[in-house]
Design a binder for this molecule. Structure first.
Ligand code: FEO
Length: 390
């Protein structure tokens, strides 16, 4: 990938990572990109870097445009290694570069790297720097999704360099969201949101309110496609607004694992009953669908039904993995239901109930458990009806 001009004096000098298949447990079938933006103004400014394993390619791409020793500022919006990884290599070439970040950014970078001799310039929210024809304003967005996260807004161009927010783990030959189509870009952004941002979504309200008050012509994230132009920008801000408000779409999500088919049969009865009551249902067998794909469906679901048989006094391992992953991403405002089967110890289902309680879900109906293969279809149907009525 060569540097790509994305706006006046602004180049994406980031790299593609088409072979990435797992990002912290998130399945990434389309790989990802690490976008970094070089602004060639009177003061040459680099906004974020790339994953350290691509440092050599990254440095060459910058060199194709300018001499690295001429870079004045390096803005670090986020210290996670996929964006800060090449900072040490840049500093080796240009030790005088000023690293612009917030106070928490200095702390986070200093906890990752030996920053002795690094030339930090600490900024606060709404502070601005002028780099020539452009003015850059900073806004801290703590816990979106790390404590030091911030975004940078180029005022004259109305470009938001948003780092992880509004990104997608999507590697393609395209630069802008409208090239593959906004629907594809939004699908990927939704998946990214569900697997990276969801747990911190409440904190998005302030950022979205700020963005709604400003003219934004481009949102340039550090992963995936760039949202360019009014329609694109509106599309992604509206999507984030909807996703972060936890407004579900009155759909039902069933997630289960099964050992000898009983839990699967319960899942099928629940699916039929919810459909018979006019609800859209998505049902996933954990042996067939990756947990991160299920999380994307979780965003729309009002009703979440989780089923597992007992295995060795506990639950099935894929359900344990799913519960752990889901708990971290903290989906709120769900109506939950636990179900499954057992032979002689039904207490395994408490593991499912505990997670639902921790997430403060409404749980209107006690768990339904079949003993071995003895399944009472009417009881399952009644449970489904009571959940819908709740
Ligand atoms: Fe793309 Fe939080 O790193």
């Amino acid at each position: 990938m060569k540097g790509v001009k994305v706006a006046d004096k602004v180049y994406n000098v980031g790299v593609r990572d088409p072979n990435l298949r797992n990002f912290h447990g998130y399945l990434t079938p389309n790989g990802s990109t690490y976008n970094s933006y070089l602004v060639v103004d009177e003061k040459i400014t680099l906004i974020d870097t790339v994953h350290y394993k691509f440092s050599e390619q990254f440095i060459q791409q910058i060199k194709d445009i300018i001499d690295i020793s001429k870079i004045d500022y390096l803005i670090s919006n986020h210290a996670e290694l996929d964006h800060s990884g090449a900072i040490p290599e840049i500093i080796k070439i240009n030790p005088n570069i000023e690293i612009i970040t917030c106070e928490r950014g200095v702390k986070a970078l200093s906890e990752h790297y030996n920053t002795t001799g690094w030339n930090f310039k600490v900024v606060k929210s709404f502070e601005e720097i002028n780099i020539g024809s452009k003015t850059l304003r900073f806004m801290e967005i703590p816990m979106l999704h790390w404590p030091e996260s911030m975004v940078t807004y180029a005022i004259e161009d109305a470009i938001l360099f948003s780092n992880d927010a509004f990104g997608q783990h999507y590697c393609s030959e395209f630069t802008f969201a409208e090239e593959p189509g906004l629907e594809i870009a939004a699908r990927e952004a939704k998946s990214y949101f569900a697997n990276i941002i969801y747990g911190y979504a409440k904190k998005l309200n302030q950022l979205i309110a700020q963005l709604r008050q400003r003219k934004i012509d481009m949102i340039a994230p550090s992963h995936g496609l760039i949202w360019k132009g009014g329609e694109s920008v509106k599309h992604i801000i509206d999507l984030y607004d909807e996703l972060s408000s936890y407004t579900n779409k009155n759909t039902a999500l069933i997630v289960y694992d099964s050992m000898w088919g009983t839990t699967k049969r319960i899942a099928e009865i629940l699916e039929r009953e919810f459909k018979n009551n006019g609800l859209k249902v998505v049902s996933h067998n954990l042996q067939e669908t990756h947990i991160s794909e299920i999380m994307t469906n979780m965003v729309d679901a009002k009703y979440v039904m989780l089923g597992t048989p007992n295995l060795n006094s506990s639950i099935m391992p894929m359900m344990a993995a799913f519960l752990n992953y889901m708990k971290g991403l903290a989906p709120h405002l769900k109506v939950g239901f636990a179900f499954g089967s057992y032979g002689w110890n039904p207490n395994h289902i408490k593991a499912v109930e505990e997670v639902m309680n921790a997430l403060e879900w409404q749980v209107p109906v006690p768990p339904y458990l079949a003993k071995f293969k003895m399944l009472d279809e009417e009881m399952v149907k009644n449970a489904a009806r009571d959940i819908i009525k709740s």
